[in-house]
Design a protein around this ligand. Structure first.
Ligand code: SAM
Length: 134
């Protein structure tokens, strides 16, 4: 089961921090989500990631996903927080509580390759999901 950027803990919690589409390029491996060629390709694979996380959840378990919106040179503004919720609900999850905002003004990394000289995200959002119907 592929859990890109995710970790499972013994207390039934799954933490996921997938790439924000291609805002930062991670592994050179084409299977890395940051290497998706198009937004559609990314969303198909991101949906699979969320389905895999849902399958890994134990009853009453929680999935935390950290994601941020992103302005892409070709695709324009990409509302990845919206897509996370949309795809998570399609994967049989529901949101457990309010969004948690992480302010990350000026966030950068010397180890990553950015696709533009401007790092557009000023904050990102941690969303907590649980299996729907519990
Ligand atoms: C936003 S970073 C999260 C980093 C994490 N917070 C950490 O401190 O290690 C996303 C990570 O997911 C990894 N990733 C992307 N696609 C993946 C895949 N298909 N399988 C496994 N890891 C993947 C990336 O290489 C990157 O390390």
């Amino acid at each position: 089961m592929s859990l890109a950027g995710a970790e499972c803990s013994r207390n039934g919690k799954v933490d996921g921090h997938p790439p924000y589409f291609r805002q930062k390029l991670y592994a050179v491996d084409p299977r890395d989500l940051s290497r998706a060629k198009t937004l559609d390709d990314f969303l198909v694979r991101y949906a699979q990631f969320l389905r895999n996380c849902a399958k890994a959840l134990e009853p009453n378990g929680k999935l935390a996903v950290l994601m941020g919106d992103y302005s892409d040179r070709r695709e324009g503004f990409v509302p990845l927080v919206y897509w996370t919720k949309h795809l998570a609900m399609a994967a049989g999850l529901r949101q457990h509580c309010t969004d948690i905002v992480r302010f990350s003004h000026g966030a950068s990394s010397s180890k990553k390759t950015y696709t533009s000289s401007f790092i557009p995200g000023l904050h990102d959002i941690c969303m907590i999901f649980e299996l729907a119907g519990e």
